[in-house]
Design a protein around this ligand. Structure first.
Ligand code: NDP
Length: 480
């Protein structure tokens, strides 16, 4: 907070156990509302006195570039904390951390290139400028599924815009957010520009979304809490909002696709991060003529994928992050069977002697009204539904309240483009899935969220535009 560590003192502490090993990993204080006020004060002062937004783009870019370099230096340490708190495979964690360094490096360019517009067509007496101004103090609430990646899809862009930050990570995955604050300080970010409060969402998170001196709130998490964020903004100061919420993302496979490629992509799309991923491809929609064969191909991939200790370099699917999430996923697996879906494979916990693991699960005979076909499970559970025509495939894909992401697998350019244009989703993949980089924006249609993160769109999200009208010469007087 304000560029320095604050001793936990007599604050209540939260102990985090590794979900894969059941051993204590980290201990963080439950910050109080007074702590939050102090953090907002620090961010407020840092913004209002222009110690950051008043710097030129080159100076801001230099801090972001140094941050990227320091993340690379500390990549192993950060990756271990990610794996131990979240349960994700260490090889995946390491790759994510290096991707995060890239986010900072990319955003450093945006700090220099962000600009407004000018209007030279208002007549000889008037000249118009549009400037982009940072919104102010940004409250940043991040979830436990990608603690460092989701943080770094936002922080560099927020800082590139000139805003300051109060971040609240999920209570169960706080370590790497605290490490990033330390790195930013080491990289030369002025005090007060990045502050972190740890603690539970229901207390300190709720206080942050209601805080009247926070100008914008960026929230990533469940649709249910997203609704609270909207209510709190209305009841407090109408803060600007960025929301990235849930998804129930379709993967459409046509018979003419490279089916080997598609089966591997579909397995990756639901198995990556144990399916605890807002963009997981959880609804498989397959052309009927190949549906049974394709289900067997996906099952073969599921049988071979390596589930186990996330500290093992060979592991591809690690532990479920929380006991509550584990129980939620297992309850959906039971509900799917109770509602009449056919369990093709999986559906069970993997007994590793400790920790919580669920093997990839595939359901057939799924109808659109079933809860496993409609609700975000956030686990390695895939449903399969057949289609006969492209119109039907699009209709099934759009039959959801969400609109976060979608994939289409086909070798036919007309089908690929028709599906891409007509399915409602903020992120689309053709013959691949979950690919991406800092250049392309993230965000959802419909109830999957508001606004965009990353890319040039991501930095613009944290700005507001100001129209400036400049009179040239003498005004034509109103009172003659
Ligand atoms: P939440 O939406 O509860 O958590 C996301 C973040 O919001 C966490 O930092 C959490 O803090 C915080 N939070 C919780 N309650 C409040 C509140 N009242 N005010 C402000 N912040 C709050 O998700 P869950 O962890 O409960 O997961 C439930 C479901 O949400 C999952 O099964 C999944 O479907 C979905 N989800 C979607 C994500 C996405 O990327 N789109 C990410 C995570 C979950 P804390 O963890 O400390 O309580």
């Amino acid at each position: 907070m304000n560029g320095a560590w604050v001793p936990a003192g007599d604050r209540e502490l939260f102990d985090r156990q590794s979900p894969a090993h059941g051993v204590p990993v980290t201990r963080v204080p439950k910050c109080t509302v007074e702590d939050l006020d102090a953090a907002v004060d620090a961010a407020r002062r840092a913004f209002d006195d222009r110690r950051w937004s008043g710097l030129n783009g080159q100076a801001r870019a230099a801090v972001l570039l140094r941050t990227g370099a320091l993340i690379r230096e500390r990549a192993d340490e950060i990756a271990y904390f990610e794996t131990l708190e979240n349960g994700k495979p260490i090889s995946q964690a390491r790759a994510e951390v290096l991707g995060c360094a890239d986010m900072f490096e990319y955003a450093s360019g945006l700090a220099r290139s962000l600009h407004g517009d000018s209007f030279n067509n208002l007549g000889d007496g008037l000249f118009g400028l549009v400037t982009r101004e940072p919104v102010g103090v940004v409250g940043l609430i991040t979830p436990w599924n990608f603690p460092f990646l989701i943080l770094c899809e936002r922080v560099p862009y927020i800082l590139a815009s000139g805003c300051t930050i109060v971040a609240k990570p999920s209570e169960v995955t706080s370590a790497t957010t605290l490490i990033l604050a330390e790195i930013l300080s080491d990289a030369g970010l002025p005090d007060g520009c990045m502050n972190v409060v740890t603690g539970a969402g229901s207390s300190i998170g709720q206080a942050l979304i209601e805080h009247p001196r926070v100008d914008m709130l960026s929230f990533t998490g469940s649709t249910a809490v997203g609704r609270r964020v909207v209510e709190a903004a209305g009841k407090s100061n109408f803060k600007k909002l960025g929301l990235e919420l849930g998804g129930k993302n379709p993967q459409i496979v046509f018979a003419d696709a490279d089916l080997e490629d598609a089966a591997d992509g579909v397995a990756f799309g639901i198995g990556f991060n144990t399916g605890q991923c807002c963009v997981s491809g959880s609804r498989l929609i397959v052309e009927r003529s190949v549906a049974d064969d394709f289900a067997r191909m996906v099952q073969a991939k599921f049988d071979k994928v390596r589930v186990g200790d996330p500290l093992d370099e060979a592991t591809q699917i690690g532990a479920i992050t929380t006991e509550a999430q584990n129980a939620t996923i297992m309850s959906y697996i039971e509900r799917g069977q109770a509602e009449g879906a056919r369990l093709i494979c999986g559906g069970a916990q993997l007994d590793m002697g400790r920790g919580q693991f669920i093997v990839p699960t595939l359901f057939g005979d799924v109808t659109r009204d079933m809860s496993i076909a409609r609700e975000e499970i956030f686990g390695p559970v895939l449903t399969i539904m057949p289609f006969d025509t492209i119109e039907e495939a699009i209709e099934i894909a759009n039959d959801t309240d969400y609109g976060l992401a979608a994939s289409v697998w086909t070798k036919n350019i007309d089908k690929a483009l028709t599906v891409t244009r007509q399915v409602q989703a903020g992120r689309f993949w053709v013959n691949t899935t979950l690919a991406g980089g800092p250049e392309l924006p993230l965000g959802g249609f419909r109830q999957s969220g508001w606004g965009r993160e990353a890319g040039i769109y991501g930095v613009e999200e944290y700005t507001q535009v100001k129209s400036v009208h400049i009179e040239i010469g003498k005004r034509d007087h109103w009172v003659k």
